[in-house]
Ligand binder design. Structure first.
Ligand SMILES: [Zn+2]
Ligand SMILES: [Zn+2]
Length: 387
């Protein structure tokens, strides 16, 4: 009797998790050593960039921890992330010469963790069977990418490229401002460069895997191209071949229409919060409470302003991404009425007689069937009415 492989178990998933674990542990050790090295003072002593460093370091650790699969709930991730930042700060204050710990450092770290938790919320599974099958397909492709050494080397090369290009650009832009802070600019530029180039490289690796596996499905348990029907001739696991269907994507104008409102939402959040913060400054002339609140916000340590700005942008981006994914999921789930590729009316198009038992993002099983658009041949999934 063979086992039906899910994309959470199996060799591919284990290899991918092990790779992330290695990255997490390396980053953890690097940060622990850097924060406990005696007598380190980074940059301009009057305006040290250490708040931003805490924000990036502990946010980054939380993101890597999430990828290891050790932690399953967002609340636990938030608690663990803050726990790491707190322990790091406490051990710094005991017995490391020339290092000062502060509450602001922990707050900056916690805000980084909070932005990452918002990111995991934005990328959480959502929608009905059709949307969930698409998202699963992408997760499987990502696991294929992260389970091999080659793609990791490509990502490393992309990270190096982003670092080398963005660091000087960021410092150049910063030098145009009245009070430049080259070290902080270099740091932010480096992180942005690494993130951006890694995202672009990952996207191209995942897309290539998606199109290759659509042509030639692989066993999702061991990753080999050894399928005989749905059964792997190497490891004996069964693979759900529906995971490799190339569903049509919304392109061109349709994509822009899908993305416009989420983009406005993100920009709107940033503008609204900025307006409130500015009006607080104006109100403090008249109202006592506004003055107290404003003093509280301005009394913070150097660098906290940048951390708060980054937090705001991060939260707004997470809201925009979640809204975009929700709209895309709705489009995918409605694809049995209108073809996503050519807008042909599919409500009367018959589906295959073979029933496929799929699951929604909420884990509800739903019988459905798969059909093809009569106009363009693109595949679609239709949920069958419950008996
Ligand atoms: Zn196999
Ligand atoms: Zn069509």
């Amino acid at each position: 009797m063979s086992v039906v492989a899910s994309n959470a178990t199996g060799l591919v998933a284990r290899r991918a998790r092990r790779a992330w674990l290695l990255v997490f542990l390396s980053a953890f050790c690097a940060i622990a050593i850097a924060t406990h090295w005696p007598n380190v003072h980074v940059g301009d002593p009057e305006r040290p960039p250490d708040k931003i460093i805490h924000f990036i370091a502990f946010g980054g650790l939380a993101a890597l921890l999430w990828q290891t699969g050790w932690i399953k709930s967002r609340l636990a991730l938030f608690a663990a992330g803050i726990g790491i930042a707190l322990v790091d700060e406490v051990t710094q204050s005991i017995g490391v010469a020339g290092r000062q710990s502060s509450v602001e450092d922990v707050v900056a770290g916690a805000l980084g963790v909070f932005v990452v938790v918002a990111g995991t919320w934005a990328f959480a599974p959502m929608g009905g069977v059709a949307a969930n099958l698409r998202q699963q397909r992408r997760r499987v492709a990502e696991q294929f990418v992260f389970s091999r050494a080659g793609p990791w080397l490509s990502l490393l090369a992309a990270a190096m490229f982003g670092l080398v290009v963005m660091m000087p650009i960021s410092m150049l832009i910063d030098s145009e401002f009245p009070r430049p802070n080259p070290l902080q600019a270099a740091l932010v530029g480096a992180v942005l460069g690494v993130l951006l180039s890694c995202i672009i490289m990952l996207e191209s690796l995942v897309r290539r895997t998606l199109s290759v596996t659509a042509q030639k499905p692989r066993c999702i348990s061991c990753g080999e191209e050894a399928l005989d029907g749905a059964t792997c001739t190497r490891c004996g696991a069964e693979t759900d071949l529906n995971l490799f269907i190339q569903w049509p994507d919304a392109g061109g104008v349709k994509f822009l229409r899908l993305a416009a409102r989420p983009l406005m939402l993100g920009v709107g959040i940033v503008l609204a919060v900025t307006a409130v913060a500015l009006s607080l400054g104006a109100l403090r002339m008249t109202f006592g409470w506004a003055s107290t609140l404003d003093a509280l916000l301005h009394g913070r340590a150097y660098g906290m302003t940048s951390v708060l700005d980054l937090t705001l942008v991060g939260i707004a981006a997470a809201c925009a991404v979640r809204s975009f994914r929700k709209r895309s999921a709705r489009l995918a789930d409605g694809a049995s009425d209108y073809c996503i590729a050519c807008a042909h009316d599919l409500s009367r198009t018959p589906v295959a007689t073979e029933v496929y038992l799929g699951k929604t993002a909420a884990g509800v099983s739903q019988a459905c069937s798969i059909g093809r658009c009569g106009e363009c041949g693109a595949q679609f999934l239709r949920e069958l009415p419950r008996a």
